[in-house]
Every structure is written in structure tokens, then in C-alpha cells.
Design a protein. Structure first.
Ligand code: HBI
Ligand code: FE
Length: 297
């Protein structure tokens, strides 16, 4: 994710690339997926299906069950969209990869979720920066079956354009990142995952919930709007909603006063913990410290 106003940082929109259409959508071209590509989907789907019961939240698991997703083939976006649309009005549209921010926001504001048409290569099963069909469909579509998430992501699309005009998109993008992509939620039976970036990653599904390294901090809007994030590795802190309904309030509030306060406050680095934080787990920080070559101080 990046906050550039013209073109995404990665992939297809390098100099000279012509967008396929004004809204960047393309034909999914389902018939052109190869057996090897369907096999990659199967590997990922089966791995996550084993890991997620007891880790993903109930709403994710029920959304997953109700969608026409097969374990052994990349889904048809049209079939998926017909089920999704009946539930929450959302459709999935195919795009070649990351699209410019304003194009992304316009789709979301109209309840169209842009999904990468391609699937990752077998040597990138655990990690990629550009969202592919497994991240976008397996990761996002189940939560789009939930009316609260459906509302929240649409509101993000509407708010994104305003934030861009105000020059505060970084602050809003952090909210999306720490909720839709990397959010945890408190359930009566314990912390669970709802973020698409986590549920679509085998290693992060375990790390985010069970590793001693990351902080798990109660979600607070201003706190999150101030907090930078990592796009290249596991998160140093995860933010925990007290219930998914907390997103409904976020979909409805006026962000302008928050932007003003947050602009005046210091920006936080990913691993910071504040005295005012509601701590679910204080992380050891070991994972990222080891990568930096030293123990946490
Ligand atoms: N494009 N396809 C796609 N998927 C994203 O998640 C995405 C994007 N373009 C921009 C973007 N995300 C973010 O930079 C914005 O949410 C700020
Ligand atoms: Fe995503």
C-alpha cells in the first residue's frame, strides 16, 4: 500500500504502462488459468483451511462457508459476486494488480472490490507485496459477506478521496491497514483474526495470535492514525477491536477533527507502546529485534 496519487509503486504501473481501461478493470479470463495456477490456489486454500478454525473470527469462518469457493480451483469472480451481492451488495472485479489510490477508492465507494487477477508463483507462497487473487478473494471476500465490514470498506472508499484532497491519506490508510488488513478482534472465547493480510498468510496467522513477539493493543482510532506500519514483514503491533461493531461507528464518524488532532501529534513507529495503550499482550519484540541484529532494549 502506498499513498502516491498517480500510480502504484509496484508491478504493472511502471513508466510506460497503459492502464487497461479507465477503471483499471480487466476480464478475469478464468479459462486461461493453468493447472499449475489452480494447484497453487489448492495448496494455499488447504493450508489456510487447516490453520484458521479457532484462529479466524466466527464472521470470517461463516462468510467463507457461505461463498462458492472450491478448494481445488481459482474461483469465478462472477459466481462469487452473485452470492456476495445478494448478501451485502458487493461485487468482485478483476484488476491486474495494485491500482492507483483514487481508482481503488472509487471502486470501494461503489461496493466493487478490485481483486488481483493473477496468482502468486510457487516460490512466493508465503510472502508478496502485490495483492493476488488468493489474498484478495480468500482474504477479503469472506468478511465482505458481513454487513458491518461491507459498510466500513465502502466508507473507506468515500473517505479516501476526501483524505487525499486534505493531504492526510497516510493517516486514513493506517486505519485500513490495522483493521481490514491486519486486525484482530476480541471474541468471548479469545482473540481472533479478521484482517485479510493475516488470514491469507500461513505464517502470519500463527505469528499474529500466538507469537510472543508482537504487541496486541486495544484499538483506538487516534492511536492507530498516528502509527506507521510495515509492508515488508509481519507487523510489530496488532490492534484489537472489542467487537466488529466498533467498525460501524468508524464508518459513520466525521474524520476531519481527527485529522487535525493527529496532524498535531507525533507520528509513532510500528513497535511503540504508550502508557495510555490498552495492552492485551506486551510483545517481547524479539522477532524484529533479531532482524535488526540486536535484542530489544
Ligand atoms: N489496489 N488492487 C489494489 N488493492 C489495494 O489494496 C490497494 C490498491 N491501490 C491502493 C491501495 N490499496 C492503498 O494504497 C490505499 O488503500 C491507500
Ligand atoms: Fe488486501
Amino acid at each position: 500500500m502506498n499513498a502516491s496519487t498517480t500510480a502504484p509503486k509496484h508491478g504493472l504501473a511502471e513508466a510506460g504502462f497503459q492502464p487497461p481501461s479507465a477503471d483499471w478493470t480487466i476480464d478475469q479470463g478464468w479459462d486461461r488459468y493453468t493447472p499449475a495456477e489452480h494447484a497453487t490456489w489448492k495448496t494455499l486454500f488447504e493450508r489456510q483451511s487447516r490453520l484458521l478454525p479457532g484462529r479466524a473470527c466466527d464472521d470470517f469462518m461463516s462468510g467463507l462457508k457461505d461463498l462458492p469457493l472450491r478448494h481445488d480451483e481459482i474461483p469465478h469472480f462472477e459466481q462469487l459476486s452473485d452470492v456476495l451481492e445478494k448478501r451485502t451488495g458487493w461485487r468482485i472485479v478483476a484488476v491486474p494488480g495494485l491500482v492507483p489510490d483514487e481508482v481503488f477508492f472509487d471502486h470501494l465507494a461503489n461496493r466493487r472490490f478490485p481483486a488481483g487477477q493473477f496468482i502468486r508463483k510457487p516460490d512466493q507462497l508465503d510472502y508478496l507485496e502485490e495483492p493476488d487473487v488468493f489474498h484478495d478473494v480468500f482474504g477479503h471476500a469472506p468478511m465482505l459477506m458481513n454487513p458491518v465490514m461491507a459498510e466500513f470498506i465502502q466508507a473507506y472508499g468515500q473517505g479516501g478521496l476526501r483524505a487525499q484532497q486534505l493531504g492526510v491519506l497516510d493517516q486514513l490508510a493506517r486505519v485500513y491497514w490495522y483493521t481490514v488488513e491486519f486486525g484482530l478482534v476480541q471474541q468471548s472465547d479469545g482473540l481472533r483474526i479478521y484482517g485479510a493480510g493475516i488470514v491469507s498468510s500461513a505464517t502470519e496467522s500463527v505469528f499474529a495470535l500466538e507469537d510472543a513477539s508482537p504487541n496486541r493493543i486495544g484499538f483506538d482510532l487516534e492511536r492507530v492514525m498516528r502509527t506507521r506500519y510495515r509492508i515488508d514483514d509481519f507487523q510489530e503491533s496488532y490492534f484489537v477491536l472489542h467487537g466488529l461493531d466498533e467498525l460501524l461507528a468508524l464508518a459513520q464518524i466525521e474524520f476531519k477533527p481527527y485529522y487535525e488532532r493527529v496532524s498535531a501529534a507525533p507520528t509513532l513507529v510500528p513497535g511503540d507502546v504508550l502508557p495510555t495503550d490498552e495492552i492485551f499482550a506486551r510483545g517481547s519484540g524479539r522477532y524484529h529485534a533479531a532482524k535488526r541484529g540486536k535484542e530489544p532494549v
